[in-house]
Design a protein around this ligand. Sequence first.
Ligand code: R5P
Length: 299
Amino acid sequence: MRRAAVYHFADGAGPGAGLADALGLPGQMIDVRRFPDGESLVRVAHGATTALLFRSLDHPNEKLVELLLAAAALRDMGAKRVVLVVPYLAYMRQDMAFLPGQAISQRVITQLIAAHCDGLVTVDPHLHRTPSLQAISPELECAYVSAASTLADLLRPDLVPGTVLVGPDSESRPWVESVARPLGCPVIVGEKTRFGDRDVTLTLPGIEQVAGQRVVLVDDMISTGGTLLHSAAQLLAAGATGVEAVTAHCLASHDDLARLKAGGIERVRATDTVAGPTVAAAMAPALAEAIRGTWGADL
Ligand code: R5P
């Protein structure tokens, strides 16, 4: 049996193979057959003692069951260690019951993963009030990768002097500062109140400094794009000469991206944690480094 291998699904074939290359490990596609009634039959062809199971969890309701089936199949094939590599980890924003009776999805999904896997690697999980997922499931060994330096590298080549980096809400502060620091850019951080999926209000203290300057909006994720649309409207009204956006995870639909363009956001660039037209940078090198740092002795 192989000592270690990367297993990926057809929907993540490019980034999955990229991770295998970056680690110098064999990569293997997991075979999935969909039955007419919607169930999935998952099959792995060869086992490995340490199995790195790769899948991003955008559209999680469809993908999660197959991922857990694959983890179980890898164990049955002899894996002593199953490490889930999930570039985008869904269900992290609901970290408390905001209304009585709501499920705390962050806890449920973490416990589900911990029941089937030994480790978890992910990029910028939305853990603003939770120090680590190990606080939820201590037995789950976790490694977190930040996309901040990847996004700074993306911005560096054509950065216009004076560009202001804007984080739309207080949760984004450490994140936008990490992107701005290596670039030497000034930062503005907003205050956001959310009323609904697309309904937010924002204030941007210090917005007057964007007059005559370019702005890059920086957020950990774009879901509907509502946060960025509201931010861009205010920044352009305040005299910004141009607005673009970078993010770790872009979940926005085609229509949402069109709305961002119509709202004056010239371009949106993201990492490849979620497939789509905004992908401009690969996270494989950073993921490989984190995996080596935590499980290197097993590879
Ligand atoms: C929220 O805390 C996140 O950091 C993002 O600002 C948010 O998820 C973006 O959502 P949307 O694109 O739907 O406004």
